[in-house]
Ligand binder design. Structure first.
Ligand SMILES: Nc1nc(=O)c2c([nH]1)NC[C@@H]1CN(c3ccc(C(=O)N[C@@H](CCC(=O)O)C(=O)O)cc3)C=[N+]21
Length: 293
């Protein structure tokens, strides 16, 4: 079993981005600028946004955090989005999900200018990604592709099973893994809560991507010997033994799956850290006008 080490890889990716930012700055170019809007104070979201901002600082990006109360109306949020759409210094921005129930996530995602949609959630970016046109690829799928590539994992002709059909992970991941590209060229099966014989389908996976959001759902009996196991899940479960009061669990029962897997991502220390790299990469691409000219 080999660990797909998100800590090591994300440090590598960040060092590469930093080197490029240093070159751009030395040549008098524009400092990439990422902004994030956080509505309300969901504990996990605050942590993720804080670590995105910290990563910006590490690599020499400018960053802006806009924190709004959870009573913010959809209209007010839309007006902040318009400000960022028109702010010439901001290369890209994200609206952290989930949003309070009174705000429509679809409305918000469509309000972000596609050229600044470094999350890759706008229908234009999703559509362009599906067609293989230049697009912002959403950060988590980007991070997973980067892991497969940097560990030189063979994907052509393999059976990739994606468990979970979310708009932000399962769906784009399944599209990317079937593309005529590397990583890609897989035969892809996408599973969800209505799938019959889920365990048998998972057992046939050469590459198993767990993105269903149920802690430790994927046990050893779901996994084929030697499979590549990618764990996207990240759930806080109460744990009195921890100082924070919670433990972080993936969708995969790591201790029993790891000995059987060929490669496996840990949680924490896996896909989550690569997700941040995806966001930083998209912001750099935006500042270079590499996707939307
Ligand atoms: N508009 C938007 N874009 C997102 O990309 C987005 C979002 N909303 N909402 C929530 C999910 C989740 N997400 C993570 C980012 C970093 C870690 C991460 O850094 N994880 C570390 C630390 C984990 C921890 O300590 O909690 C790790 O896995 O080692 C995890 C999850 C981005 N998301």
């Amino acid at each position: 079993m080999q660990l797909l080490d998100g800590k090591k890889l994300s440090a590598e990716v960040k060092a590469e981005i930093k080197a490029e930012v240093d070159r751009i700055k030395a040549a008098g170019g524009k400092t990439p600028h990422l902004a994030a809007i956080l509505v309300g104070n969901n504990g996990a979201s605050e942590t993720y946004v804080a670590s995105k901002i910290k990563s910006c600082e590490e690599i020499g990006f400018k960053s802006t955090l806009i924190s709004l109360p959870d009573t913010t109306s959809e209209e007010e949020l839309l007006s902040h989005i318009q400000d960022l759409n028109f702010d010439e210094d901001v290369d890209g921005f994200i609206v952290q999900l989930p949003l309070p129930a009174h705000i429509s996530e679809n409305t918000i995602m469509e309000a972000v200018a596609p050229e600044k949609d470094v999350d890759g959630f706008h229908p234009i970016n999703v559509g362009r990604m599906c067609k293989g046109l230049p697009a912002y690829i959403s950060a988590t799928p980007y991070g997973i592709l980067e892991m497969l590539e940097r560990y030189k994992i063979q994907t052509a002709g393999k059976h990739c099973v994606v468990v979970g059909r979310s708009q932000i992970v399962g769906l784009p991941m399944s599209i990317l893994m079937q593309r005529n590209a590397y990583p890609g060229n897989c035969t892809v099966t996408i599973c969800h809560s209505r799938t019959h014989n889920l365990k048998e389908v998972c057992q046939s996976a050469d590459i198993l991507i767990a993105a269903l959001g149920r802690p430790e759902f994927i046990t050893a009996d779901y996994v084929k010997e030697g499979a590549v196991v990618i764990d996207v899940g990240i759930t806080r479960v109460p744990d009195a033994a921890k100082k924070s009061g919670f433990a972080i669990k993936g969708d995969v029962k790591f201790d029993e799956v790891a000995p059987k897997a060929g490669y496996i991502t840990p949680v924490p220390g896996g896909v989550g850290l690569m997700t941040i790299c995806g966001l930083l990469t998209n912001t750099l691409l935006s500042s270079k006008k590499a996707i939307f000219k």
